[in-house]
Design a binder for this molecule. Structure first.
Ligand code: 1GP
Length: 238
C-alpha cells in the first residue's frame, strides 16, 4: 500500500480526507483504548501523530498501541527528528518553508537521516506553511519563525508553488494548534488554484461548518486536533 497514492486516488474520486491529530504530549497511555473507540466512530481517515513540545520516551509505544487498536493509517507529524517510529505507516517529512530558520528548513531533516536510512516508513516530503492566526502558537514559539501574513495571498501562494517546484508532495497550510482563527477560505482557495499537489489544512478548526468551509474552499484533507482533544464527543455532535 502506497499511502501517498491513496491520497491521490481519494482526490481523484472526490473523496475528502480527515485526519485526527494525536499529540503524545497530551495523551495518557491508559486512555488510548477509549480514545481509539471514539476515533472508530468518527469520520477520520487518517491519524496524524506528533507534537511541537513532546520530549518523552513513550513515542514508539504510543504509536504501537494506537496501531493495535485502530485500522487507520498513522502518519507521523513530527515536532523534531526524534519523533520517528517504525510502527507508523508514513512520515510527513516536513520543511517549515514559511520560516527562515535553517533548523526547521533542513537541519532537523539532516538529523533524521540516520533513523530513516534503514526505515520502511513511507516518506512524504511536505511543505509546511505556518499562517498568522491571531495568537502566538507553539509552532511559532518552538521554531522561532514568523508565520506568513494572512493578508499576503501572493507570498502564501508562491511559497506553496515554489515548494511544489522543489518536489514537495503535499502542502500543509497550518494556523497552529489551538489557533484563534483558522486558515481563511480565501487563502485555501488561492493556494488550491495555484498548486497541483494535495492540500492539507489544519489549526483552529472547531466546528462542522469550519470543516465544511475548508473542504469547499479546496482542502483535500482537514486536520482536527484541539476540538477532539477537548471534546471526545466532537464528531458525534457534528
Ligand atoms: C495542528 O493543524 C493541527 O498542527 C491541528 O490544529 O489542534 O487547532 O485542531 P488544532
Amino acid at each position: 500500500m502506497n499511502f501517498y497514492h491513496y491520497i491521490l486516488q481519494a482526490i481523484q474520486s472526490k473523496r475528502k480526507l480527515l485526519a485526527i491529530l494525536i499529540d503524545p504530549e497530551k495523551i495518557e497511555f491508559d486512555a488510548i483504548p477509549t480514545l481509539c473507540d471514539k476515533i472508530k466512530k468518527s469520520p477520520a481517515t487518517h491519524i496524524f501523530f506528533g507534537g511541537s513540545t513532546y520530549d518523552g520516551n513513550d513515542f514508539d509505544e504510543i504509536v504501537k498501541r494506537i496501531k493495535q487498536k485502530l485500522d487507520l493509517p498513522v502518519f507521523l507529524f513530527p515536532g523534531d527528528y526524534n519523533q520517528i517510529s517504525e510502527a507508523a505507516n508514513a512520515l510527513l517529512f516536513l520543511s517549515l518553508v514559511s520560516g527562515r530558520n535553517p533548523e526547521y528548513l533542513i537541519e532537523q531533516q539532516i538529523k533524521a537521516v540516520k533513523k530513516l536510512e534503514h526505515s520502511s516508513l513511507e516518506i512524504i516530503p511536505t511543505a509546511y506553511l505556518l499562517i498568522e492566526s491571531g495568537v502566538k502558537t507553539a509552532v511559532e514559539r518552538v521554531s522561532q519563525t514568523k508565520p506568513l501574513d494572512r493578508k499576503d495571498l501572493k507570498i502564501i501562494k508562491n511559497t506553496a508553488k515554489a515548494s511544489e517546484y522543489l518536489g514537495m508532495k503535499l502542502v500543509y497550510l497550518e494556523a497552529g494548534s489551538g489557533a484563534k482563527i483558522g486558515v481563511s477560505k480565501e487563502i485555501i482557495e488561492a493556494v488550491k488554484q495555484k498548486i497541483n499537489i494535495p492540500l492539507i489544512v489544519g489549526g483552529g478548526i472547531k466546528s462542522a461548518l469550519e470543516i465544511e468551509n475548508a473542504f469547499t474552499a479546496g482542502a483535500d484533507m482537514v486536520v482536527i486536533g484541539t476540538a477532539f482533544e477537548e471534546n471526545p464527543n466532537f464528531f458525534e455532535l457534528l
